[in-house]
Design a protein around this ligand. Sequence first.
Ligand SMILES: Cc1ncc(COP(=O)(O)O)c(C=O)c1O
Length: 342
Amino acid sequence: VHFASDNTSGVAPPILDALVAAASGYAPAYGDDELTLALDDRFGELFEHEVRVFPVVSGTAANSLALSVLTPPWGLMLCHEQAHVYVDEAGAPEHFTRGARLVALPGAAGKIDLEALRVVAARGGHGVHTSDPSALTLTQATELGTVYTPDEVAARAAIAHEHGLGVHMDGARFANAVASLGCTPADLTWRSGVDLLSFGATKNGAMGAEAVVVFDLDRVGDLERNRKRAGHLLSKMRYASAQLHAYIADGLWLQLAAHANGLAADLSSGLAGVDGVEVATPTEANEVFAFMPDELIGALEAKGAAFYVERVGDRPAVRLVVSWSSTPDDVEAFLAAARSGA
Ligand SMILES: Cc1ncc(COP(=O)(O)O)c(C=O)c1O
Protein backbone atom coordinates (compact mmCIF):
# COMPACT_ATOMS: atom_id res chain seq x y z
CA VAL A 1 0.00 0.00 0.00
CA HIS A 2 1.17 3.45 -0.97
CA PHE A 3 1.02 5.78 2.00
CA ALA A 4 4.41 7.42 1.38
CA SER A 5 2.96 10.62 -0.04
CA ASP A 6 -0.01 11.99 -1.91
CA ASN A 7 2.63 12.98 -4.48
CA THR A 8 2.79 9.30 -5.48
CA SER A 9 -0.85 9.28 -6.61
CA GLY A 10 -1.87 9.65 -10.25
CA VAL A 11 -4.11 12.07 -12.09
CA ALA A 12 -7.85 12.25 -11.40
CA PRO A 13 -9.80 11.27 -14.55
CA PRO A 14 -11.74 14.58 -14.94
CA ILE A 15 -8.44 16.44 -14.90
CA LEU A 16 -6.92 14.12 -17.47
CA ASP A 17 -10.05 14.59 -19.61
CA ALA A 18 -9.61 18.36 -19.39
CA LEU A 19 -6.00 18.02 -20.52
CA VAL A 20 -7.04 15.88 -23.47
CA ALA A 21 -9.74 18.39 -24.39
CA ALA A 22 -7.15 21.18 -24.36
CA ALA A 23 -4.55 19.14 -26.22
CA SER A 24 -5.45 19.97 -29.82
CA GLY A 25 -5.43 23.18 -31.77
CA TYR A 26 -3.60 26.41 -31.14
CA ALA A 27 -3.82 28.94 -28.37
CA PRO A 28 -1.82 32.03 -27.45
CA ALA A 29 1.26 31.25 -25.38
CA TYR A 30 2.52 32.48 -22.00
CA GLY A 31 -0.87 32.79 -20.32
CA ASP A 32 -2.72 34.79 -22.96
CA ASP A 33 -4.99 31.84 -23.73
CA GLU A 34 -8.67 31.76 -22.82
CA LEU A 35 -8.33 29.21 -20.04
CA THR A 36 -5.66 31.18 -18.23
CA LEU A 37 -7.39 34.51 -18.73
CA ALA A 38 -10.55 33.06 -17.17
CA LEU A 39 -8.79 31.96 -13.97
CA ASP A 40 -9.06 35.26 -12.09
CA ASP A 41 -12.84 35.36 -12.49
CA ARG A 42 -13.32 31.67 -11.79
CA PHE A 43 -11.21 31.71 -8.63
CA GLY A 44 -12.82 35.03 -7.72
CA GLU A 45 -16.18 33.24 -7.62
CA LEU A 46 -14.75 30.38 -5.62
CA PHE A 47 -13.15 32.67 -3.06
CA GLU A 48 -15.89 35.33 -3.10
CA HIS A 49 -13.23 37.99 -3.59
CA GLU A 50 -11.42 39.69 -6.42
CA VAL A 51 -8.18 37.76 -6.92
CA ARG A 52 -5.20 37.40 -9.23
CA VAL A 53 -4.18 33.83 -10.01
CA PHE A 54 -0.66 32.85 -11.07
CA PRO A 55 -0.33 29.18 -12.11
CA VAL A 56 3.02 27.48 -11.50
CA VAL A 57 4.05 23.84 -11.56
CA SER A 58 5.37 23.22 -8.07
CA GLY A 59 4.49 24.05 -4.52
CA THR A 60 8.01 25.23 -3.86
CA ALA A 61 7.65 27.79 -6.65
CA ALA A 62 4.24 28.89 -5.39
CA ASN A 63 5.56 29.40 -1.86
CA SER A 64 8.76 31.13 -2.91
CA LEU A 65 7.04 33.45 -5.37
CA ALA A 66 4.30 34.34 -2.91
CA LEU A 67 6.91 35.17 -0.29
CA SER A 68 8.93 37.13 -2.86
CA VAL A 69 6.30 39.87 -2.84
CA LEU A 70 5.78 39.85 0.93
CA THR A 71 9.29 40.59 2.07
CA PRO A 72 12.29 42.76 1.26
CA PRO A 73 15.64 40.93 0.99
CA TRP A 74 16.45 41.99 4.57
CA GLY A 75 13.18 40.67 5.97
CA LEU A 76 12.35 37.71 8.19
CA MET A 77 9.76 35.14 7.14
CA LEU A 78 8.23 33.47 10.18
CA CYS A 79 7.20 29.85 9.80
CA HIS A 80 6.68 26.69 11.87
CA GLU A 81 9.85 24.76 12.64
CA GLN A 82 8.53 21.77 10.65
CA ALA A 83 7.22 23.84 7.75
CA HIS A 84 7.89 22.60 4.24
CA VAL A 85 9.35 26.02 3.37
CA TYR A 86 11.87 25.57 6.17
CA VAL A 87 12.85 21.90 5.94
CA ASP A 88 11.99 20.75 2.42
CA GLU A 89 12.63 23.55 -0.05
CA ALA A 90 16.43 23.75 -0.05
CA GLY A 91 16.37 27.44 0.75
CA ALA A 92 14.20 28.36 -2.27
CA PRO A 93 12.26 30.99 -0.30
CA GLU A 94 15.56 32.61 0.68
CA HIS A 95 16.74 32.37 -2.92
CA PHE A 96 13.64 33.91 -4.51
CA THR A 97 13.40 36.65 -1.91
CA ARG A 98 17.06 37.51 -2.59
CA GLY A 99 18.15 36.77 0.94
CA ALA A 100 15.24 37.15 3.31
CA ARG A 101 15.60 34.68 6.17
CA LEU A 102 13.20 32.00 7.36
CA VAL A 103 12.76 31.97 11.13
CA ALA A 104 11.43 28.74 12.62
CA LEU A 105 8.88 29.00 15.42
CA PRO A 106 7.74 26.21 17.73
CA GLY A 107 4.19 25.03 18.21
CA ALA A 108 2.34 21.84 19.09
CA ALA A 109 0.78 19.65 16.40
CA GLY A 110 2.30 21.65 13.55
CA LYS A 111 0.65 24.96 14.45
CA ILE A 112 2.69 28.08 15.19
CA ASP A 113 2.53 28.93 18.88
CA LEU A 114 0.75 32.25 19.44
CA GLU A 115 3.07 33.49 22.18
CA ALA A 116 6.20 32.66 20.21
CA LEU A 117 4.75 34.49 17.23
CA ARG A 118 3.86 37.51 19.35
CA VAL A 119 7.41 37.78 20.67
CA VAL A 120 9.22 37.31 17.36
CA ALA A 121 6.83 39.43 15.25
CA ALA A 122 7.56 42.38 17.55
CA ARG A 123 11.35 42.15 17.10
CA GLY A 124 13.50 44.41 14.98
CA GLY A 125 13.26 48.15 14.84
CA HIS A 126 16.96 49.06 14.96
CA GLY A 127 16.82 50.73 11.60
CA VAL A 128 19.34 49.71 9.02
CA HIS A 129 20.97 47.19 11.35
CA THR A 130 18.19 44.69 11.81
CA SER A 131 16.43 42.06 9.78
CA ASP A 132 12.80 42.98 10.34
CA PRO A 133 9.96 40.44 10.49
CA SER A 134 8.11 40.92 7.21
CA ALA A 135 6.03 37.83 6.50
CA LEU A 136 4.22 35.04 8.26
CA THR A 137 3.62 31.74 6.49
CA LEU A 138 1.14 29.15 7.78
CA THR A 139 0.82 25.65 6.35
CA GLN A 140 -2.72 24.41 5.78
CA ALA A 141 -3.24 21.50 6.37
CA THR A 142 -0.17 21.46 8.62
CA GLU A 143 2.85 19.20 8.22
CA LEU A 144 1.53 17.13 11.12
CA GLY A 145 -1.88 16.38 9.63
CA THR A 146 -3.82 18.94 11.66
CA VAL A 147 -5.73 21.95 10.38
CA TYR A 148 -5.88 25.54 11.57
CA THR A 149 -9.50 26.63 12.08
CA PRO A 150 -10.46 30.02 10.61
CA ASP A 151 -10.22 31.48 14.14
CA GLU A 152 -6.74 30.02 14.58
CA VAL A 153 -5.64 31.51 11.26
CA ALA A 154 -7.21 34.85 12.19
CA ALA A 155 -5.47 34.96 15.57
CA ARG A 156 -2.06 34.51 13.94
CA ALA A 157 -2.82 36.83 11.03
CA ALA A 158 -3.95 39.56 13.43
CA ILE A 159 -0.60 39.47 15.24
CA ALA A 160 1.22 39.55 11.91
CA HIS A 161 -0.76 42.48 10.57
CA GLU A 162 -0.44 44.38 13.83
CA HIS A 163 3.32 44.36 13.25
CA GLY A 164 3.13 45.04 9.51
CA LEU A 165 3.85 41.48 8.33
CA GLY A 166 2.13 40.07 5.25
CA VAL A 167 0.38 36.70 5.65
CA HIS A 168 0.96 33.75 3.33
CA MET A 169 -0.69 30.34 3.49
CA ASP A 170 1.06 27.27 2.08
CA GLY A 171 -2.05 25.43 0.92
CA ALA A 172 -0.39 22.41 -0.63
CA ARG A 173 -3.23 20.50 1.10
CA PHE A 174 -5.69 23.39 1.21
CA ALA A 175 -8.47 21.18 -0.19
CA ASN A 176 -8.05 18.70 2.65
CA ALA A 177 -8.29 21.51 5.17
CA VAL A 178 -11.43 23.02 3.64
CA ALA A 179 -13.06 19.60 3.32
CA SER A 180 -12.16 18.81 6.91
CA LEU A 181 -13.54 22.04 8.35
CA GLY A 182 -16.59 22.30 6.11
CA CYS A 183 -16.02 26.05 5.91
CA THR A 184 -15.78 28.15 2.76
CA PRO A 185 -12.45 28.79 1.03
CA ALA A 186 -13.05 32.47 1.83
CA ASP A 187 -13.43 31.80 5.57
CA LEU A 188 -10.09 30.08 5.69
CA THR A 189 -8.18 32.70 3.72
CA TRP A 190 -8.87 36.42 3.21
CA ARG A 191 -11.67 36.56 5.79
CA SER A 192 -9.14 35.27 8.32
CA GLY A 193 -6.43 37.67 7.18
CA VAL A 194 -4.53 35.68 4.54
CA ASP A 195 -3.01 37.95 1.87
CA LEU A 196 -1.63 35.31 -0.51
CA LEU A 197 -2.30 31.59 -0.85
CA SER A 198 -0.32 28.81 -2.46
CA PHE A 199 -3.28 26.85 -3.79
CA GLY A 200 -2.24 23.22 -4.16
CA ALA A 201 -3.74 20.84 -6.69
CA THR A 202 -1.03 18.35 -7.60
CA LYS A 203 -1.21 16.23 -4.46
CA ASN A 204 -4.97 16.00 -4.72
CA GLY A 205 -5.41 14.82 -8.30
CA ALA A 206 -3.78 17.28 -10.70
CA MET A 207 -0.85 16.26 -12.88
CA GLY A 208 1.30 19.24 -11.98
CA ALA A 209 -0.46 22.51 -11.25
CA GLU A 210 -0.46 24.88 -8.33
CA ALA A 211 -1.36 28.54 -8.19
CA VAL A 212 -0.46 31.62 -6.24
CA VAL A 213 -3.78 33.28 -5.41
CA VAL A 214 -3.46 36.92 -4.40
CA PHE A 215 -6.25 38.38 -2.25
CA ASP A 216 -4.58 41.64 -1.32
CA LEU A 217 -4.17 43.07 -4.80
CA ASP A 218 -1.86 45.78 -3.51
CA ARG A 219 0.64 43.01 -2.90
CA VAL A 220 0.91 41.68 -6.47
CA GLY A 221 4.10 43.73 -6.81
CA ASP A 222 6.67 42.03 -9.02
CA LEU A 223 5.01 38.62 -8.92
CA GLU A 224 4.52 38.47 -12.68
CA ARG A 225 8.15 39.28 -13.37
CA ASN A 226 9.42 37.09 -10.55
CA ARG A 227 7.46 34.14 -11.93
CA LYS A 228 9.09 34.67 -15.33
CA ARG A 229 12.52 34.91 -13.74
CA ALA A 230 11.84 31.72 -11.80
CA GLY A 231 11.04 29.88 -15.03
CA HIS A 232 7.40 29.34 -14.20
CA LEU A 233 5.82 31.46 -16.93
CA LEU A 234 4.91 28.41 -18.99
CA SER A 235 4.77 28.80 -22.74
CA LYS A 236 1.88 26.33 -22.91
CA MET A 237 0.24 27.74 -19.80
CA ARG A 238 -3.17 26.49 -20.94
CA TYR A 239 -2.36 23.00 -19.63
CA ALA A 240 -1.74 24.18 -16.09
CA SER A 241 -4.87 26.31 -16.33
CA ALA A 242 -6.97 23.47 -17.75
CA GLN A 243 -6.02 21.38 -14.74
CA LEU A 244 -6.94 24.14 -12.31
CA HIS A 245 -10.32 24.71 -13.96
CA ALA A 246 -11.16 21.01 -13.91
CA TYR A 247 -9.92 20.70 -10.35
CA ILE A 248 -12.37 23.25 -8.97
CA ALA A 249 -15.25 22.48 -11.36
CA ASP A 250 -18.31 20.93 -9.70
CA GLY A 251 -16.55 20.64 -6.36
CA LEU A 252 -14.14 17.96 -7.61
CA TRP A 253 -11.30 19.25 -5.43
CA LEU A 254 -13.39 18.90 -2.27
CA GLN A 255 -14.79 15.49 -3.25
CA LEU A 256 -11.29 14.12 -3.78
CA ALA A 257 -10.08 15.63 -0.51
CA ALA A 258 -13.08 14.42 1.48
CA HIS A 259 -12.44 10.90 0.19
CA ALA A 260 -8.82 11.02 1.32
CA ASN A 261 -9.72 12.58 4.67
CA GLY A 262 -12.39 9.95 5.33
CA LEU A 263 -10.01 7.08 4.69
CA ALA A 264 -7.35 8.75 6.83
CA ALA A 265 -9.88 8.94 9.67
CA ASP A 266 -10.62 5.21 9.24
CA LEU A 267 -6.92 4.40 9.22
CA SER A 268 -6.36 6.51 12.30
CA SER A 269 -9.17 5.02 14.35
CA GLY A 270 -8.17 1.52 13.25
CA LEU A 271 -4.56 2.10 14.30
CA ALA A 272 -5.66 3.53 17.65
CA GLY A 273 -7.03 0.06 18.43
CA VAL A 274 -3.80 -1.80 17.59
CA ASP A 275 -1.68 -2.93 20.53
CA GLY A 276 1.47 -0.86 20.94
CA VAL A 277 0.38 1.80 18.45
CA GLU A 278 -0.44 5.33 19.50
CA VAL A 279 -1.85 7.97 17.19
CA ALA A 280 0.55 10.87 17.61
CA THR A 281 -1.40 13.90 16.40
CA PRO A 282 -5.10 14.46 15.75
CA THR A 283 -6.00 13.15 12.28
CA GLU A 284 -7.77 16.15 10.80
CA ALA A 285 -6.88 15.90 7.13
CA ASN A 286 -5.33 13.14 4.98
CA GLU A 287 -2.24 12.31 7.02
CA VAL A 288 -1.95 9.96 9.96
CA PHE A 289 0.99 10.12 12.38
CA ALA A 290 1.50 7.17 14.70
CA PHE A 291 4.08 6.01 17.20
CA MET A 292 4.87 2.32 16.64
CA PRO A 293 7.42 -0.15 17.96
CA ASP A 294 10.48 -0.44 15.69
CA GLU A 295 9.78 -4.14 15.06
CA LEU A 296 6.32 -3.33 13.74
CA ILE A 297 7.69 -0.58 11.49
CA GLY A 298 10.26 -3.00 10.09
CA ALA A 299 7.67 -5.72 9.60
CA LEU A 300 5.28 -3.38 7.76
CA GLU A 301 8.10 -2.22 5.51
CA ALA A 302 9.11 -5.79 4.85
CA LYS A 303 5.55 -6.48 3.74
CA GLY A 304 5.88 -3.73 1.15
CA ALA A 305 3.95 -0.94 2.83
CA ALA A 306 5.33 2.41 1.67
CA PHE A 307 5.58 5.22 4.24
CA TYR A 308 8.09 7.56 5.84
CA VAL A 309 9.15 7.85 9.43
CA GLU A 310 9.24 11.47 10.59
CA ARG A 311 9.15 13.11 14.01
CA VAL A 312 6.40 14.25 16.29
CA GLY A 313 7.95 16.18 19.15
CA ASP A 314 11.16 14.34 19.93
CA ARG A 315 9.89 10.89 18.94
CA PRO A 316 9.99 9.12 15.59
CA ALA A 317 6.51 8.65 14.17
CA VAL A 318 5.25 6.81 11.12
CA ARG A 319 3.64 9.20 8.61
CA LEU A 320 0.89 7.69 6.48
CA VAL A 321 -0.46 9.89 3.70
CA VAL A 322 -3.78 8.88 2.21
CA SER A 323 -4.59 10.28 -1.23
CA TRP A 324 -7.60 10.86 -3.47
CA SER A 325 -6.83 7.52 -5.13
CA SER A 326 -6.42 5.43 -1.96
CA THR A 327 -9.08 2.79 -1.41
CA PRO A 328 -10.81 1.26 1.61
CA ASP A 329 -8.96 -1.95 0.70
CA ASP A 330 -5.62 -0.14 1.10
CA VAL A 331 -6.66 0.96 4.58
CA GLU A 332 -7.90 -2.49 5.51
CA ALA A 333 -4.76 -4.17 4.21
CA PHE A 334 -2.55 -1.86 6.26
CA LEU A 335 -4.64 -2.33 9.39
CA ALA A 336 -4.69 -6.11 8.97
CA ALA A 337 -0.91 -6.14 8.64
CA ALA A 338 -0.52 -3.90 11.70
CA ARG A 339 -2.89 -6.05 13.78
CA SER A 340 -1.08 -9.22 12.91
CA GLY A 341 2.24 -7.63 13.73
CA ALA A 342 2.69 -7.64 9.91
C1 LIG B 1 3.32 21.40 3.04
C2 LIG B 1 3.86 21.36 1.65
N1 LIG B 1 4.05 22.49 0.98
C3 LIG B 1 4.48 22.49 -0.29
C4 LIG B 1 4.74 21.31 -0.96
C5 LIG B 1 5.08 21.38 -2.41
O1 LIG B 1 6.25 20.92 -2.80
P1 LIG B 1 6.73 20.66 -4.29
O2 LIG B 1 7.62 21.78 -4.64
O3 LIG B 1 7.43 19.39 -4.19
O4 LIG B 1 5.54 20.64 -5.22
C6 LIG B 1 4.63 20.10 -0.28
C7 LIG B 1 4.99 18.83 -0.94
O5 LIG B 1 5.36 17.86 -0.38
C8 LIG B 1 4.16 20.12 1.06
O6 LIG B 1 3.99 18.99 1.75
